[in-house]
Design a protein. Structure first.
Lengths: 153, 731
């Protein structure tokens, strides 16, 4: 059992304490926008925000969280897809299969909060999510589009 | 994809389906093609507004376009919808799409044709009949309006979902006449537009399936939830061909959430629990003893030795030949020889294999991301022991396919076997990443010995290319091997023709294959045999040009005189990249081109190597797909092909030890990430007159263009992959 503060609500989840946050989100809370890709924090498909910091939820147990820590998932990033990063993504038609994109968007949204005018080197070192379809160049363009508008969430 | 209503509420299973749809889809939702009731056959009238199999027009003017091929990121859903909508003359902003199920296709005499989505053929093999579907529907809608107005149909035209009686200016909409149009006899042999008159097709319109991918609402197979559903995790014997000897279910039966431990076939064990995490946790603790079987001593080294022997073996099947290669090589002024190889690789779709099954004794339904719904239906029928007419498969949007989810539905067979043990309970099976890495259908291993002969002027007079190694077709469709020949092995090397042809005219030529099939399951890995064949050929062409002392572009041009389309894409990248002009300091260029999946492609790579560290700065890539239905999505496929192809070239290799794969996750099976991704300039240059695919061919030129540029930078020939094994520092 654990108390988690997810998308502005505190929820009580009935799980073993070693259950990764990812699976509590997906299977107990029903927030399936956060994806399982590797389970070892390599791919970033499971990225959520924890107090504003991009965090790979597959490798942190629910026991590591307190109800004071604010967890935000893709479902909580905006009510209607209107976050500046989501808008830039839509404008450039970024996703292909889309499976990694929620994690990618969450990583970028947190990154631009910290670094509103990133260089290419910043992007290269901070956005390490895996995309197999190969959307990287549009991801980069969309990051710059959101940054250029000064609308980084 | 957007749901457009009309669930048939009297069907007993429908509450489950609506839940499935509704749980994911807040507004609008997800279509799984549930419009036609099961078992009632080809009842067009069962769906109000169904003009024909491809087009449903609703009273509010919404147009539902049916898509038989699977969307896995490649954009076929949007491209096919564009083609239908172009002929239909409907309002694109009111278009939604849905998948018919393979069961419906079966019941309606395969009215939607082939569901298979591989070989880059979504558009190239169905453009004709989907456009006819749109054009026929347009004629029926116009006829219905004409009937209502009592005027000749020839005086009416349709545009943007509005039908106008030209002489009077009177108008109506598709939605208003849809019901009447459904009753009109479909005209035969409706002419199609000349592509030069296209208004929507051929344009860089945005994808139809983006919005839900930005908000987490898009439902993938792993996200499905059915009432009462349980979750399964599975472990198949990691050694290929091994079996389960024993397992101790009692050891985990008391663990939280565990419902059942079941053996699946003779080689796998699954744990069923209330959640997948609990199932997987219990599976990790389940003691299993394996009978490792006959392959337990197979290794990458033993496979390599066997393939090496094939390079000089007498038994080989000819794929392409001209003249007398042996005599010409014997008399060549200069003879060049090289041996290349290509490793096993996993598709590594971001979403691991998964499916959900409900078996109720006399019926079996499966929900799964699949590249071929009909093959998934066949697997469901076989595994359940039921007739295909008592089964159906609901296709779910794929989290990547790349060929893994097309020809073989091993995960579907598994989930059906588990569901059969628990009738009435829906079971969702998700493979762990580790399971996915250990039980791939791998890019086959091959080696290639190339011997080329040059005359005194440096002309290529003879080429013998011997491929030794694995046949995908032998591993998956052995019935298609005729006289020992797997024709797909020669992709990109075929005699002149519309498919995967060798562009070079070489007077004395022999390309042959010594089949060697190790006990590792091969698969159609995006790009298939074109990938390694193009590396072998295009890197060796560079070697020959170097030996001849001739510029790599000029050397190729001389041999491409009979192949203007091959030459045109090569010229296009040469021109745009500035081939022949100085590159930026420290930057070196490499070229490659090929033809496959019906399209002509070329690339020029610009790289630098500093203290052994490779940086790929820029790629210029050209594609001639004949007709380009959505140029911005073709560009996306070209960009993505470099991620897939360069990731493979730089990092990826599945090695065999003890009869099993050694790499189990992305820590040891590395991926190309943003930091290594070059700029890609895609030239989409449709020359018209044919329909080529775009999802795969460009992958084949990614590695050889970069390898040739590395040679230019370092003087080192890389003849086996991945690159991570090579020291690129100058000797």
């Amino acid at each position: 059992m654990a108390l988690l503060n997810v998308n502005g609500k505190v929820v009580d989840v009935e799980v073993e304490p070693d259950t990764p946050l990812l699976w509590a989100l997906r299977e107990q809370i029903g927030l399936t926008g956060t994806k399982y890709g590797c389970g070892i924090a390599q791919c970033g498909a499971c990225t959520v925000h924890v107090d504003g910091v991009a965090t790979r939820s597959c490798s942190l147990p629910v026991s590591a969280f307190t109800e004071d820590q604010k967890i935000v998932t893709i479902e909580g990033l905006s009510a209607d897809g209107s976050h500046p990063v989501q808008k830039a993504w839509a404008e450039l038609d970024v996703p292909q299969c889309g499976y990694c994109q929620a994690g990618m968007i969450m990583s970028v949204a947190a990154f631009l909060q910290q670094n509103p005018k990133p260089t290419d080197d910043d992007i290269n070192s901070e956005i390490t999510n895996i995309c197999r379809c190969g959307t990287y160049n549009r991801v980069r363009a969309a990051i710059k589009l959101a940054a250029d508008r000064g609308q980084t969430g | 994809m957007t749901m457009t209503g009309q669930e048939v509420v009297h069907q007993p299973e429908v509450s489950r389906r609506i839940f499935l749809v509704g749980s994911a889809a807040v507004a609008g939702g997800l279509s799984l093609g549930f419009h036609v009731p099961f078992g009632r056959g080809a009842l067009a009238q069962a769906v109000p507004g169904e003009i024909n199999a491809w087009v449903v027009v609703q009273a509010d003017d919404t147009v539902v376009i049916r898509i038989a091929r699977s969307e896995m990121g490649q954009g076929t859903l949007t491209g096919l919808a564009q083609l239908v909508a172009e002929e239909l003359e409907c309002d694109w902003s009111k278009v939604t799409t849905e998948y018919p199920t393979p069961g419906q296709n079966l019941a309606r005499n395969r009215v939607w044709g082939n569901f298979s989505t591989g070989g880059s053929r979504g558009v190239r093999e169905s453009h004709d009949y989907v456009r006819r579907g749109g054009a026929t529907a347009r004629h029926m809608l116009i006829q219905a309006a004409a009937n209502e107005w009592n005027v000749p149909a020839s005086q009416c035209r349709a545009e943007n979902s509005v039908i106008t009686h030209t002489p009077t200016g009177r108008t109506t909409t598709f939605g208003k006449v849809a019901a009447a149009a459904a009753m009109v006899d479909p005209p035969k042999n409706v002419p199609l537009k000349d592509p030069k008159d296209w208004k929507l097709a051929g344009k860089p319109v945005k994808r139809l399936d983006t919005a839900e991918k930005l908000t987490g609402k898009q439902v993938y197979g792993t996200d499905l939830k059915l009432p009462g559903m349980l979750n399964a995790a599975i472990k198949d014997c990691p050694v290929f061909g091994g079996k389960v000897k024993s397992f101790d279910a009692a050891a985990v039966q008391g663990m939280p959430g565990v419902k059942k431990v079941v053996q699946v076939g003779d080689s796998a064990v699954a744990v069923v629990a209330d959640t997948w995490w609990r199932a997987n946790s219990a599976l990790a603790k389940l003691p299993i003893e394996w009978d490792e079987g006959p392959n337990k001593d197979v290794s990458s080294a033993s496979i390599a030795e066997w393939l090496k022997a094939g390079l000089d073996a007498k038994d080989a099947v000819v794929g392409n030949q001209a003249g007398d290669v042996h005599a010409a090589l014997a008399s060549a002024a200069k003879k060049i020889e090289a041996v290349y190889s290509y490793p096993y690789q996993n598709h590594a779709t971001m979403e691991p294999m998964n499916a959900t099954a409900l078996f109720t004794g006399d019926r079996c339904e499966v929900w799964t991301p699949t590249q071929n719904g009909e093959a998934a239906l066949a697997a469901t029928a076989e595994a359940s022991g039921l007739s295909p007419r008592n089964c159906d498969v609901h296709k779910i949007h794929l989290g990547g396919g790349f060929g893994r989810r097309g020809a073989v539905h091993d995960w579907v067979r598994q989930v059906v076997a588990i569901a059969k043990e628990m009738p009435g309970t829906p079971i969702k099976l998700i493979w762990s990443r580790e399971e996915d890495m250990l039980h791939g259908r791998y890019h086959p291993v091959t080696r290639c010995k190339l011997v080329g002969g040059l005359d005194a002027q440096g002309n290529l007079t003879a080429l013998h290319m011997r491929i030794s190694g694995q046949s995908i077709v032998a591993g998956i469709f052995p019935q298609n091997i005729r006289n020992g020949k797997d024709p797909v092995v020669f992709q990109g090397l075929n005699p002149p023709g519309p498919e995967a042809s060798l562009g070079y005219a070489i007077p004395n030529l022999l390309i042959d294959h010594a089949m060697r099939n190790p006990p590792v399951p091969p698969g159609f890995w995006r790009g298939v045999n074109l990938n390694h064949n193009t590396i072998y050929l295009e890197c060796f062409m560079d070697e020959l040009a170097h030996a001849a002392g001739i510029d790599a572009l000029e050397f190729r041009r001389k041999l491409l005189g009979n192949s203007p389309k091959h030459l045109a894409v090569l010229n296009a990248v040469a021109e745009k990249s500035g081939w022949g002009k100085p590159a930026p300091a420290g930057v070196h260029r490499g070229l490659a081109h090929t033809m496959g999946f019906g399209s002509y492609v070329a690339a020029c790579a610009e790289v630098s190597v500093t203290d052994g560290a490779l940086k790929i700065h820029r790629i210029v890539a050209a594609t001639d797909p004949g007709h380009a239905v959505n140029p911005q999505q073709i560009a996306a496929q070209v960009e993505g092909s470099f991620v897939y192809g360069l990731g493979a070239a730089l990092y990826q290799e599945c090695t065999v030890a003890g009869g099993r794969m050694e790499q189990e996750n992305f820590d040891t099976y590395e991926m190309l990430r943003m930091d290594a991704m070059p700029e890609v300039e895609a030239i989409v240059m449709p020359s018209g007159g044919f329909w080529g695919g775009v999802g795969e061919p460009t992958i084949a030129v990614a590695a050889p263009a970069v390898l040739n540029a590395i040679f230019a930078a370092t003087g080192k020939r890389i003849r086996d992959l991945p690159l991570k094994h090579h020291d690129l520092r100058k000797a």
